[in-house]
Write a protein that binds this ligand. Structure first.
Ligand SMILES: [Zn+2]
Ligand SMILES: [Zn+2]
Length: 387
């Protein structure tokens, strides 16, 4: 069994890992690098050449750095199944559309055509954290909620006496979303989201900033994408009583995301299940009269253009909100799984290496692969000769 890092290693974009056995070739995620300007760096390595030979894609979540290259994969001959959660399946086409807009040219097919060209397998949440067999590939897999965004999953695969865990983007300590600890067995290699490196959890500064903005009469702006960060920030601020019963402007994208969240209660932690409903009751469709604005960056640009060029000056934008693991979360999952080797991904080389050094200090064997590297998985013992 081999893992090849086609993207998303030593870099925070275009996540794509090829897991290969004698009988199966599967991809875990197939994302793009939105910032890159050449096709070589936009898409995972070798994708065009291997597309037709891929048996299946296991998609962790909807974000474009994880799903954006699926249309490209289909164009180059992929005909397998895509395994993911129902919310992710539902959200993916809008992220493909975002990629098409970024490219500033139309994809060869319409987004709905891509959607129809692949067969989706929606994984039910009532059977997470147990093994499922895929006899035709001689492979078993587990999945569970990853706490990063609505529908986000981690995956674990087992074949030929080897077991590999892929965290996807995750967060154990999300105040809103549930994380399921995997059924820990004999894990050989864990491929872990290291986006924040060895940072430790900081107190939620944004709660204080939110309070300040509202008490000094400024508008409070949550200007980011709703899935993951945006809705989590809204829920957290409501939970901490920062909004104090005020009306909240939800842009069309936020309204859509919020109504979807309300229908997917099983992803929320119990203590915040009623918070979404409280928010929903107070949302308004006019932003001018309310101090709280939630919109995507694109919608915000449009609001400024159409109605108020000065809007940016009257608004306080909420800063960083965590949706990836801090070091204590990384360590808790790794100690739970006890892999022989941890591969740190989803961060640039500097951050990945600092995380590796910290893990080594805590007696974990870890490496920071880069795109193009390959790891041979050996049962409870991994060759050092990865290259
Ligand atoms: Zn993500
Ligand atoms: Zn990501």
């Amino acid at each position: 069994m081999k893992i090849k890092f086609l993207g998303g290693a030593g870099e925070s974009n275009r996540s794509c890992f090829l897991l290969e056995t004698d009988q199966a070739r599967i991809l875990i995620d197939c994302g793009i690098n939105k910032e890159a300007d050449t096709e070589f760096y936009q898409y995972p390595l070798d994708l065009k050449e291997i597309a037709a030979d891929i048996d299946a894609v296991f998609l962790t979540h909807c974000h474009i750095d994880h799903c954006g290259a699926i249309p490209y994969l289909i164009e180059h001959g992929f005909q397998g199944l895509i395994y993911t959660s129902s919310p992710t399946k539902c959200l993916v086409p809008s992220f493909w559309l975002e990629w098409e807009n970024t490219l500033k040219k139309e994809l060869s097919h319409s987004i709905t055509e891509y959607d129809k060209k692949v067969e989706w397998v929606e994984l039910p949440m009532n059977s997470h954290s147990t093994w499922h067999d895929l006899p035709h590939l001689n492979l078993s897999f587990q999945y569970g909620r990853a706490g990063h965004t609505l529908g986000s999953l981690w995956f674990m695969f087992s074949a030929v006496n080897r077991t590999v865990f892929f965290s996807g983007d995750y967060q154990v300590a999300s105040p809103q979303l549930t994380f399921d600890y995997p059924q820990a067995e004999c894990v050989d290699v864990a491929v872990m989201d290291g986006a924040y490196g060895r940072r430790l959890r900081d107190p939620f500064l944004f709660v204080k900033l939110g309070m300040d903005a509202l008490t000094t009469g400024r508008k409070l702006g949550i200007i980011t994408q709703p899935h993951g960060k945006g809705l989590s920030m809204l829920v957290e601020l409501e939970k901490k009583s920062v909004f104090a019963g005020r009306d909240i402007y939800l842009s069309p994208a936020y309204k859509e995301a919020m109504s979807q969240y309300l229908n997917e209660g099983e992803w929320w932690k119990k203590e915040v299940q009623n918070v979404g409903e409280l928010l929903w009751k107070r949302h308004v469709s006019q932003w001018e009269d309310t101090p709280i604005i939630a919109a995507t960056e694109k919608e915000f640009v449009e609001m400024k253009r159409m109605y108020d060029a000065q809007l940016t000056r009257r608004i306080l934008f909420l800063p960083f909100y965590p949706v990836h693991p801090f070091y204590e979360e990384t360590l808790s999952v790794v100690e739970h799984l006890q892999p022989s080797l941890t591969c740190v991904v989803h961060a640039n080389r500097k951050i990945s290496r600092s995380l590796v050094r910290q893990m080594e200090r805590d007696n974990q064997r870890a490496i920071a692969p880069v795109a193009g590297d390959q790891v041979e998985v050996v049962s409870k013992q991994v060759n050092n000769n990865y290259k």
